[in-house]
Design a protein around this ligand. Sequence first.
Ligand SMILES: [Zn+2]
Length: 170
Amino acid sequence: MKRCVMVSGGQDSRILHQMLLKDYPDIVSVNIRKPNGMDVFDADVVIDHMAHGGSTYKGTLYTVEQKLIPNYDEIWVASNKTPEEDWFKNHAEAPVRGELLSKYPGKFKTPYQEMYKWEVLQIAIDNKIDLTGTYSCVRRPKEQKHCRTCWFCKERELAYTKLGLEVYWE
Ligand SMILES: [Zn+2]
């Protein structure tokens, strides 16, 4: 069984990767390098984003279909549940998640799909997973620090707030 876990540099994929290593020490971490170069991140395998369909998102799906689907039996993804608040539901940056799941039955494993980010963060706390260096922002490269206003920064902030913790901004 060839398994990989998609890692983005964010918290959820760090947590999923660390949890999976307990059961599957040989699982391969894969990072798709974003076309704007913002998302360079350490992983066992780094693959280049393939342009397709006129958007970064469509290109990512295409890259997964071309590079991961043929090469791995199981692809683990840390997608979680979008917060219920209107601001998150209606935001232009709100991520679309799970589009390939029904197209490739059994291929993807998404254990956090029905969990909110703060519930995933709780897993990190319970398991003492180090989140140092994780980065959520989609608007600014890491060296410029979190913008704290984009969808992903706000989701990060909300997760810590829900748990009654001070927000960890890298
Ligand atoms: Zn941001």
